[in-house]
Design a protein around this ligand. Structure first.
Ligand code: GTP
Ligand code: MG
Length: 204
């Protein structure tokens, strides 16, 4: 798929105030600093579209971007940032989880995992929660450029092996580098495929 246009539409803390139309929507989630906003900028080809930062905890809202005047890409706050107060973390978790469970238009959730790290409990538990709630998701390994290709492949394989200890089947998996544009075409083609699926009309 070719991205011709991508523009910011609205930010919210409450999913019921998100854009009301029936359009396919793809959201990006993961720990703070994993590279969600950078990936959105890489996919859309617009470096300043979603705000990124070397300091974790940059994205605090549900951000909608309209792509090709047709579908939405959604940047979500990261979860699990330890330096935030417990009250703030709980509040963000509430925003994220109600969006995920309540937003009918969300066709697929991309769960981002830093390719350099060992499997973390917080991500594994989050994916289990998605499974229990029947939320369709895919896994995106980020920052593949930060290690050698061989080391990256090994890490990803080990991660998937851990998942297979509890999951019968793996969801779709993508390996990316926002820095180098790796994975862009594959993810955009996957989104294009999902855009052809019938849309679940939002409840009124
Ligand atoms: P929060 O909004 O704070 O939850 O973070 P986020 O997940 O949106 O991460 P963001 O895109 O802001 O990126 C965090 C840091 O990682 C920034 O300094 C990015 O430049 C860097 N980064 C993100 N993706 C990549 C990548 O693929 N390669 C490299 N080398 N750095 C990356
Ligand atoms: Mg962000």
């Amino acid at each position: 798929m070719i991205v011709n246009t991508a523009r910011f539409v609205i930010s919210n803390t409450d999913y019921t105030k998100c854009p009301p139309e029936s359009r396919h929507e793809y959201a990006f989630i993961g720990r703070s600093n994993v590279g969600k906003s950078s990936l959105i900028n890489m996919l859309t080809g617009k470096p300043g579209l979603a705000m990124t930062s070397a300091t974790p905890g940059k994205t605090m809202l549900i951000n909608h971007f309209l792509v090709n005047d047709k579908w939405y890409i959604v940047d979500l706050p990261g979860y699990g940032y330890a330096r935030r107060s417990k009250a703030d973390r709980d509040r963000l978790e509430g925003i994220i989880k109600s969006y995920i469970l309540g937003r009918q238009q969300m066709t697929n959730l991309f769960v981002l995992i830093d390719s350099r790290h060992e499997p973390q409990k917080i991500d594994l538990e989050f994916m289990e929660w998605l499974g229990e709630n029947g939320v369709p998701f895919s896994i995106v390994f980020t920052k593949m450029d930060k290690q050698s290709a061989t080391a990256g492949e090994k890490k990803v394989a080990a991660y998937l092996a851990t998942l297979l200890e509890t999951w019968e089947e793996l969801p779709p998996v993508f390996k990316t580098s926002s820095e180098k544009g790796v994975g862009r075409d594959t993810i955009l083609d996957y989104i294009e495929e999902m855009n052809r699926l019938p849309l679940v009309a939002p409840e009124q």
